[in-house]
Structures are given as structure tokens and as C-alpha cells.
Design a protein around this ligand. Structure first.
Ligand code: PLP
Length: 392
């Protein structure tokens, strides 16, 4: 029998992919399934971005690129950050990676080992905890609370830091809650981190361009006092509807950049060359499709929130970012994962049970509103009918 190293007994995964596979199987078998499970925009990548990739292929960009990514793309990332956020970043701090996930993989590998503690949001993106456990480090959940509108609390986060803490992971706008943490809270976190100079910070800002109600995105890049220990995670997947292209970037502090670049050399060598050219077109081309997509998500957000709040036993906060709602279903009497599974199998609606995002996700389900308004309305009717027919 093959015996892998013990860390593989601890690695987890993302149940959203399992739900997608099951929903696809059911649909293939002829069932009418509405998918509110998967976290990807239901839009196509803008055509000028696709053209840039095909043009790059036709022009012969078929070989390796530098591991860090091609310079024009890294420069385009810096220009985009300057344009959107008014913050200066040099191309030598930018690493191009195959998707947003890779940055968290690298950062957690750099700081995780037995005896180390890593703080991460709960409920939160499931790969944080999976990778922390893989490294043998101790996962320390930062509770993300509904009564706090799913923002993280700076005071609570700071109170969890011990001498063993090596890395703090924050995510705003957040998956799975749609929570956005206000500037004042981030100010307090950064102020408090001054007392812990040996702690690194990973800020997952992959939904940074998806905020509503006129809220400006609050990036941790705006705090020069932590730039020497801040790792920023961002990418093209959500903003430009490019989840399948596998394109992301990270900004690394000087002390870590070369370690991250070496991890790239040791694993994927470089991101697909044509995709990198598509990335330049996305950043430098017109942004109207991004704005139109976010405006459409905003309209659907209202439909989801209103529809869910009308159901007995369910309350739903208004998400301020990303494209998820995280309704509280405790009043229905159903356990969250059982409800998610029953909704898929019996009502034909794919959603994700809150516990797939952490222990504190019990009592909630995640709905992705990356689906048409018509389908969202239909799904809400199906959920209503299912709950009425199956009281707990
Ligand atoms: N970070 C968060 C919070 C996410 O929700 C996701 C994807 O769902 C990612 C990172 C990973 O993005 P990518 O698909 O680019 O790897």
C-alpha cells in the first residue's frame, strides 16, 4: 500500500466543487437544477480580452515566460492599482500566479509549521483552514459575526494573537458572507498590529471591485506601516469573469518576494503565456463590462435579500460586497448542510451549507447570486415551497 506523508491526511477541499459536480450530474440526468452554489460570475470574459489571448497565440507566444510573469503584465497591475486605489506599487513586488488560490497556498506554506498559529476568518474560504492544517500549524478562527454585519472585528482579531502567531488572514469583501469590513475597523487592526511586528498579514482582496451602495474598497495596501509584512491576494477570476483562465497576482514585501518566486519556479514555472496577454487587455481595456456586471449583481442582491427575508424562519442581511448572500436559516429548524443537500436533491436548487465554510457557519446557507434574476426568483419559490412542505 502506498503511504503518503501524514500532512495529506489533513488536507481538505472546497465543497462548492462537489456541489457543482452533483448539480451537473443531476442536470445531465434530466433534472431542472438552478445553481446558486458556485462562486463564479455567470458572464463571459469580455471579448477584447479573449481576442488578446488568441492574438498572442497567433503571434507565437507559446513558450515559457519569466516565473514572475511578463513585465508588461506586472506593470499593468501596478498601473491598475494606482488608477483604482491611488497607491504606488513597483512591478518587482508583483508575482503573476495561476489563480487567486495560489497566493494563499504560498503564504500559508511560508508561515505554517507545527507550533505556529495562523488566524483565519470563520466562516471563510475553506482553503485557508485546509492549507493551515496541511502545514501542521494550528488554525485559529477569527469569528465573523452576523450581528457585526459579517465584518471582522479588529479587537477580537488582535485578542487572538499570541507569541506563536505567524500569519493573520483577512478577507474583505468576504466569501461566503458578502461582508465588508469598514475602514475604522481596519485602521484599528493595523494600529494593533504595530505591537506584533513579527506577524505577517495576508489580505485576500479578490472581491475588491465588487462593493455596493457606493462603498469604496478599503485595501490594506493603503497602510505603509505594514507594507513590509503584507501579502496582497488579487486576480482576474471574479472581476473579469475569468475563473477558468487561472490568472491571479500577489504583491509581496521585499523580504518574501524571492521565496514566492522560487515556489513558482518549483511548481508551475510560469502562468500560460497567452493568458498573461489577456490579463493585460483586461486591465488596460475598457472597464464598462466590469461596471455593468457589478450593477447587475447589485440588482440581483436586492432580489435575493428581499426574497429570503420573506420566508418564514429565515433572515438575511444585505451583503455589501462580492456576490453572495448568507441567510440565517436557524429559524426553519433545519441543520444547514441537511437543508442544502435536501434543496439540491428534492427542490433542484444548489446552495452551499454554511458549515462548509467553518464551524461558525452552522445555521446559515450561502447563495451565490451569479445567476439570472429569473432563476433566482424561481429558486426562492422552490425553497419556499420545499420549506412549507417539509417543516422541522
Ligand atoms: N479567495 C476567495 C475569498 C475566493 O472566494 C476565491 C474563489 O472563490 C479565491 C480566493 C480563489 O480564486 P481563484 O479562482 O482565482 O483561485
Amino acid at each position: 500500500m502506498l503511504r503518503t506523508v501524514a500532512s495529506f491526511d489533513r488536507i481538505g477541499e472546497e465543497n462548492a466543487f462537489a456541489v457543482l459536480a452533483r448539480a451537473t450530474d443531476l442536470a445531465r440526468a434530466g433534472r431542472d437544477i438552478i445553481n446558486l452554489g458556485i462562486g463564479q460570475p455567470d458572464f463571459l470574459t469580455p471579448p477584447h480580452v479573449v481576442s488578446a489571448a488568441t492574438q498572442a497565440l497567433q503571434e507565437g507566444h507559446h513558450g515559457y515566460t519569466p516565473a514572475a510573469g511578463i513585465l508588461p503584465l506586472r506593470e499593468a497591475v501596478c498601473a491598475d492599482i494606482d488608477r483604482r486605489l491611488g497607491i504606488e506599487v513597483g512591478p518587482d513586488s508583483v508575482l503573476i500566479v495561476p489563480g487567486g488560490k495560489v497566493t494563499m497556498f504560498m503564504a500559508i506554506l511560508m508561515f505554517g509549521e507545527p507550533g505556529a498559529e495562523i488566524l483565519y476568518p470563520d466562516p471563510g474560504f475553506p482553503i485557508y483552514r485546509s492549507m493551515i492544517e496541511f502545514t501542521g500549524a494550528t488554525p485559529v478562527p477569527i469569528p465573523i459575526r452576523e450581528e457585526n454585519d459579517f465584518a471582522f472585528s479588529a479587537a477580537e482579531t488582535l485578542s487572538l494573537i499570541t507569541p506563536a502567531t505567524r500569519l493573520v488572514i483577512v478577507n474583505s469583501p468576504a466569501n461566503p458572507t458578502g461582508g465588508v469590513t469598514p475602514k475604522a475597523e481596519i485602521d484599528t487592526l493595523v494600529e494593533g498590529l504595530a505591537r506584533h511586528p513579527g506577524v505577517a498579514i495576508l489580505s485576500d482582496e479578490i472581491y475588491g471591485q465588487m462593493t455596493y451602495d457606493g462603498l469604496a474598497h478599503q485595501t490594506l495596501l493603503a497602510y505603509p506601516q505594514i507594507r513590509d509584512r503584507l501579502i496582497l491576494l488579487d486576480g482576474w477570476s471574479k472581476t473579469y469573469a475569468m475563473t477558468g483562465w487561472r490568472l491571479g497576482y500577489s504583491i509581496w514585501p521585499d523580504a518574501l518576494y524571492d521565496k514566492a518566486r522560487k515556489l513558482a519556479v518549483n511548481s508551475f514555472s510560469c502562468v500560460n503565456a497567452a493568458t498573461q496577454f489577456a490579463g493585460i487587455a483586461a486591465l488596460e481595456g475598457p472597464q464598462d463590462e466590469v461596471h455593468a456586471m457589478v450593477a447587475e449583481f447589485d440588482r440581483r442582491r436586492r432580489v435575493v435579500v428581499e426574497g429570503m427575508n420573506a420566508l418564514p424562519g429565515i433572515t438575511c442581511r444585505t451583503p455589501k460586497g462580492a456576490f453572495y448572500a448568507f441567510p440565517n436559516i436557524a429559524g426553519t429548524g433545519w441543520a444547514a448542510k441537511e437543508l442544502a443537500s435536501a434543496l439540491l436533491e428534492e427542490a433542484g436548487v444548489a446552495v452551499i451549507g454554511g458549515p462548509d465554510f467553518g464551524i461558525l457557519g452552522e445555521g446559515y446557507i450561502r447563495l451565490s447570486y451569479a445567476n439570472s434574476t429569473e432563476n433566482i426568483q424561481k429558486a426562492i419559490t422552490r425553497i419556499a415551497d420545499f420549506l412549507a412542505a417539509n417543516p422541522r
